[in-house]
Design a binder for this molecule. Structure first.
Ligand code: GLP
Length: 246
């Protein structure tokens, strides 16, 4: 089945559409297992979901979540950790039970075991119903950098210079020297097992990655392209991110 590509006017419309899809999923199955991503791109979607939950339109009381990745060496109190990000942007503002939110522990005594336990917990929860993703400028998904295997699982990964630079441009870390060089990341195989994938891309900085992901061959050079054959995959872009695919 081909990828369902949705091109919308702007970032706000992308956030709303993604929130609509998550709301529909949770309404259809209140005990949904959701996969979440960090980064600037999904922030608008999380704000939408928080507002809808506050307004009583959707409840996350029965939901369990798994997050894609975490920096190795950062604990959840660190303001650049992905645990902190998720609490700050979403979990603290919705009615989800905190113990049902799973973010890899960046300071686990045994990071390899932490990755294995994460995979096992996804299985124990019955697999992920819908995984929301962003995309890096170099086509990475989660922290699966170019070269990652299509069947890779949750593991310790090394970040590329381009990702370190992108994540220290002032939006998150202020200085590349502060960015950990390693992370724990769900693998491409882990992500591909989700029953539905929704990938968001906004802004002209993502136009080349979007083109490679959708129009290029399935290639290790662009990790997002390895999702092309997923049978329930929606790629939501704003016009700027879609500039090179039309
Ligand atoms: C990070 C995250 C990815 C995210 C990417 C793009 O590297 N690990 O999950 O998709 O950044 O982030 P942004 O949305 O800020 O461009």
């Amino acid at each position: 089945m081909s990828v369902n590509v949705v091109v919308l006017e702007n970032k706000a419309a992308v956030a709303k559409k993604a929130a609509d899809m998550i709301e529909a999923q949770v309404k259809a199955k209140p005990a949904s297992v959701l996969g979440f991503a960090t980064g600037s791109t999904p922030e608008g979607c999380y704000a939408e979901l928080a507002a809808r939950c506050k307004a009583g339109k959707v409840s996350f009381k029965g939901v369990a979540t798994f997050n894609l990745d975490e920096y190795l060496g950062l604990d959840g109190e660190h303001d650049q950790s992905y645990r902190y990000f998720m609490n700050d942007r979403l979990f603290n503002h919705i009615d989800i039970r905190p113990w049902n939110t799973n973010v890899l522990n960046g300071v686990a005594a045994d990071p390899g075991f932490e990755c294995l336990a994460f995979e096992r917990k996804i299985l124990a929860c019955g697999g992920v119903d819908l995984w929301l993703l962003g995309i890096g400028n170099n086509g990475h998904i989660a922290f699966n950098e170019p070269g990652s295997a299509p069947d890779s699982r949750t593991r310790i990964v090394r970040l590329t210079e381009s990702t370190i630079k992108a994540n220290s441009d002032g939006r998150f870390f202020k200085n590349p020297l502060e960015v950990p060089h390693y992370a724990l990341s769900a693998g491409i195989g882990t992500i591909r097992e989700a029953r539905e994938i929704v990938l968001l891309a906004t802004g002209d900085g993502k136009a080349d990655a979007v083109k490679a992901a959708l129009k290029g061959p399935m290639s290790l050079d662009c990790p997002a392209s390895l999702l092309q054959k997923h049978d329930n995959f929606t790629f939501i872009c704003d016009k700027a991110a879609a500039a090179k695919i039309s």
